[in-house]
Design a binder for this molecule. Structure first.
Ligand SMILES: NC(=O)C1=CN([C@@H]2O[C@H](COP(=O)(O)OP(=O)(O)OC[C@H]3O[C@@H](n4cnc5c(N)ncnc54)[C@H](OP(=O)(O)O)[C@@H]3O)[C@@H](O)[C@H]2O)C=CC1
Ligand SMILES: CC(C)(CO)C(=O)C(=O)O
Length: 306
């Protein structure tokens, strides 16, 4: 399967590197400035087990041809419009798209642009950061990807993509209920990211405040109620697991959105927290705490704007 990995950030660079290492036919679509750096310095994965350095095959949007069977998208949500514009020339009749962004709204946006049956459901699980333009720091070992069909027509394509990723050295799960799984991760991600950014700390840090845990659990409740009102109620075990993750006093857990905020970078606040709040409110779920967190994220983004 001919694969185009869009971007070589924390998620795309990592999983693309595993594919490259195991001999898969993978190209990285990079913007010119990044391509120049990676072509000169290679791409290094800094894993707990040591460093892995690869020489990826890179190209820019101007060089794309419509002969990719799989396009993996792992940009931040605020770059999605530019990515959609850039990959248009890489889409052929049989191209399948696997987005690995957190959240859900990108599925609708990509589906409207390229056709819903092309866009699979996908989840990346990892804790990774682009430490320098040519080095990705990965905590807790190699991450994994979950793939699944969002429509009946996609089933065979989703299975083929999962098999290709697995054969390409990526820890891959195939999900028969990908939308439930995406909602599960979305609820974790939105409540964790909102709590980290609103309260200004990783889980163990905000748990030292009197109300930190209560606020994090309220954020999660609003997300879980929204998931249930959307027809994707979380499993009781998931609810318990996420509640524990959000209130563990000894945990350094934080969302990539918080790490981005600490680094002064743009954040996916509207895609993750704003979208959850709007979905909830449109279904009659009260989301007062998500609303406060969204306002904090919008204020942050507004302050960054030139
Ligand atoms: N980091 C993590 O641990 C996890 C992140 N996620 C989710 O995955 C998604 C990606 O996050 P992450 O990997 O951290 O983000 P990064 O910022 O590390 O990487 C995004 C990459 O996308 C590239 N990009 C943006 N636009 C284009 C374009 N038009 N053409 C080519 N490349 C482009 C950027 O390139 P450039 O270098 O040129 O700016 C950047 O390197 C997010 O939705 C995030 O929430 C999910 C699980 C874990
Ligand atoms: C699950 C979590 C929080 C792990 O890093 C994540 O997806 C993110 O940070 O973007």
């Amino acid at each position: 399967m001919k694969i185009l990995m869009v971007g070589a950030g924390a998620v795309g660079g990592q999983f693309g590197a595993y594919l490259h290492e195991s001999g898969a036919d993978v190209h990285f679509l990079l913007r010119p400035a990044r391509k120049e750096i990676i072509d000169k310095e290679d791409l290094t994965l800094d894993l707990p087990t040591g460093k892995v350095r690869i020489q990826p095959r890179t190209l820019t949007a101007a060089e794309l041809t419509p002969n990719y069977e799989l396009i993996v998208i792992s940009c931040k949500a605020y770059s999605l419009d530019s990515v959609i514009n850039d990959i248009t020339h890489a889409i052929g009749e049989k191209t399948v798209i696997l987005p690995l962004l957190n959240g859900l709204r990108h599925l609708e946006i990509l589906g409207q642009k390229f056709g819903h049956n092309r866009v699979l459901g996908g989840i990346a699980k990892t804790v990774a950061t682009l430490a320098t333009p040519s080095c990705i720091q990965i905590k807790h070992g190699p991450g994994n990807i979950t793939v699944g069909a969002r429509t009946l027509e996609q089933q065979a394509n989703a299975e083929a993509v999962a098999a290709t990723l697995h054969a390409g050295g990526v820890h891959t799960y195939f999900s028969e209920h990908i939308m439930d799984d995406m909602w599960d991760k979305y609820c974790l991600m939105a409540s964790l990211g909102a709590a980290n950014c609103l309260l200004g700390g990783a889980v163990g840090e905000y748990m030292r405040s009197q109300a930190g845990g209560e606020i994090a659990l309220q954020l999660f409740k609003e997300c879980a109620d929204t998931a249930a009102a959307s027809g994707h109620p979380l499993h009781p075990e998931s609810i318990e697991r996420i509640q524990q993750a959000l209130t563990n006093r000894h945990s350094g857990f934080s969302a990539s959105m918080y790490r981005d905020m600490q680094a002064g970078l743009p954040v996916e606040g509207d895609h993750l927290v704003g979208d959850m709040m709007r979905r909830g409110e449109s279904l009659g779920v009260a989301c007062p705490t998500l609303k406060i967190a969204h306002a904090v994220l919008e204020t942050y983004m507004g302050r960054r704007a030139p």
